[in-house]
Design a protein around this ligand. Structure first.
Ligand code: GDP
Length: 301
């Protein structure tokens, strides 16, 4: 079970704290809820999310006449799952069956963008789909080569130009190449230099314009890649990218590397963007579609 393995650090600290809480408190009273609040906040769940959750739990405890602390645990799982998934199937990638699906990846350097693109390319290939990758980060030294390495590793063609060239021109080439190969999926890397937000915003909108001119609905997804180990930094990156472009989903990487996996809730609930994929390890198969039930199960089970 990938979620259970990937969330083991979070589960160890979360379940440990919850067990202590249950030992200390037999009844659900104000103090119980206050301590629960602290546990959730220290797991990076996010202050607003925690406050809403605690309110809902208090209401439920009253409605269902729950007095025993042990009986509140299933209600916590239930509420967490509800808050994580606002609609069924929201984690699905918007694929265009029989046509070219274009997915744009955005995110700052080091978050795991190239790795996630490579892993997803591998998975689509395993499903029998034809994949092309576009080396749209023409700015960072080594970015093109890194994507090419993934291309070799998973057996997928990479469309590139030389370093410093116009990313929009790379995208134009990539669309032509994907079309001539009758590809199913085009995965596009982009630059992640958030230090100059106006520049990045212009670059991303030009890239999107070029893609949209060639294929009316493209890009079909704009996936923002965030590193789960960076906590509040990930939250502020998300806000900045939301201002720069229309983000349609989140890829949350390195969940396996943090004990604060509650960040998934903060992202989903406070930013109102669905988490579509999660990185649960460094291997090619360690990128998984997000599943709220499995996630919550991974926290407690
Ligand atoms: P980029 O600069 O955003 O393209 O980042 P990279 O794709 O180069 O990834 C940076 C590092 O994070 C690499 O060492 C990856 O192996 C590692 N990484 C990416 N995703 C995950 C993940 O889900 N779990 C773990 N443990 N490491 C990851």
């Amino acid at each position: 079970d990938k979620f259970k393995d990937g969330l083991s650090k979070t589960r160890d600290s979360f379940v440990g704290a919850m067990n202590d809480l249950m030992k200390d408190y037999r009844t659900v009273d104000e103090d119980f809820f206050e301590e629960l609040e602290d546990i959730l906040i220290s797991a990076d769940v996010g202050v607003h999310t925690v406050m809403d959750l605690i309110e809902q739990l208090k209401d439920e405890a009253r409605l269902r006449n729950i007095k025993d602390a042990k009986d509140i645990q299933p209600v916590i799982s239930e509420k967490l799952a509800e808050m994580l998934q606002k609609s069924a199937n929201e984690a699905a990638i918007n694929e265009q069956p029989g046509e070219l699906t274009v997915i744009l990846f955005v995110g700052v350097n080091g978050v795991g963008k190239t790795t996630s693109i490579g892993k997803l390319a591998h998975q689509y290939k395993e499903e029998g789909k034809k994949v092309v990758m576009a080396a749209g980060d023409t700015f960072r030294a080594g970015a093109i080569e890194q994507l090419e390495k993934w291309g070799e590793r998973v057996g997928v063609d990479v469309v590139k130009q030389q370093a410093g060239s116009d990313p929009a021109a790379v995208m134009y080439d990539a669309i032509q190449s994907a079309r001539s190969k009758k590809a199913d999926v085009l995965l596009c890397d982009t630059a992640g230099r958030l230090q100059n937000k106006v520049n990045l915003m212009n670059e991303l909108s030009k890239v999107k314009r070029v893609l949209g001119r060639e294929i009316p609905d493209a890009p079909h997804e704009v996936l923002l890649v965030l590193d789960a180990t960076t906590g509040q930094n990930a939250m502020s990156q998300a806000k900045a990218f939301q201002e720069a472009t229309d983000v349609t989903g989140i890829v949350l990487t390195k969940l396996d590397g943090t004990a604060k996996g509650g960040i998934v809730l903060a992202i989903r609930y406070e930013l109102d963007i669905p988490v579509k994929l999660v990185g649960l390890g460094e291997g090619m198969n360690d990128l998984q579609p997000f599943d709220a039930t499995q996630y919550v199960h991974g926290l407690f089970a």
